[in-house]
Design a protein around this ligand. Sequence first.
Ligand SMILES: N[C@@H](CCC(=O)N[C@@H](CS)C(=O)NCC(=O)O)C(=O)O
Length: 216
Amino acid sequence: MITVHGVSLSPFARKVLFGLEHKEIAYEQIPVFPGDDSEAFAAISPLNKIPVLEDDGFTVPDSSIILRYLEARFPDKPLYPEDPQQQATACFLEEYADTKLMDCCAGLFREKFLNPNLFQKPTDDDVVSTILNDTLPPVLAYLESAAQEDGFFNHEHLTVADIGITSAFMASSYADYQVDADAYPKLAGYLERAFGSTLVKARFKQEQDWLASMNP
Ligand SMILES: N[C@@H](CCC(=O)N[C@@H](CS)C(=O)NCC(=O)O)C(=O)O
């Protein structure tokens, strides 16, 4: 049995859940929160971060490494292009989404959703303004230059690039952030297609159900 350790609203746990759901692999989830300092969690997550994947007693941390593991273990419905250059590009886009893009999207998510709704802390408007005006625009410009006009982000089938990029923008959607379609038409069009997909709709639904169970 496959088990994911990590809460669904973590953008990195979300990447793994996407991978499993795309490949139609049954899994269980243990909702470990970020910052869990238990000995049991430290034993399976040396960097003390979620997510961790468990497969019949074998454990592997880090969303990108987990997706690689899932691909090797369950090759059907591949997440990586076969062509080496296209594969490298998809992996780089995943890395870019996990770092540059995630810093912005997770910052908006933390300031505008987590802090006021779950942590009873006010939104820091200066942080939000710095992200929106300074940090995010060059990231959006790069993604606009890399996006396809149609279909998936930059390949004929869904890849880890789609998973990373969509997962980050799902985080910022909780902060009511939307990409400006006039300024970034290819990226906004891509996100409209991605957010309209069955995979993403089902993921949002599971996250909403989990949130509702936290605040009955
Ligand atoms: N590179 C890691 C990043 C994972 C990560 O940063 N997870 C966050 C939650 S979204 C976390 O556990 N943070 C806790 C901490 O840094 O102490 C991955 O891709 O899985």
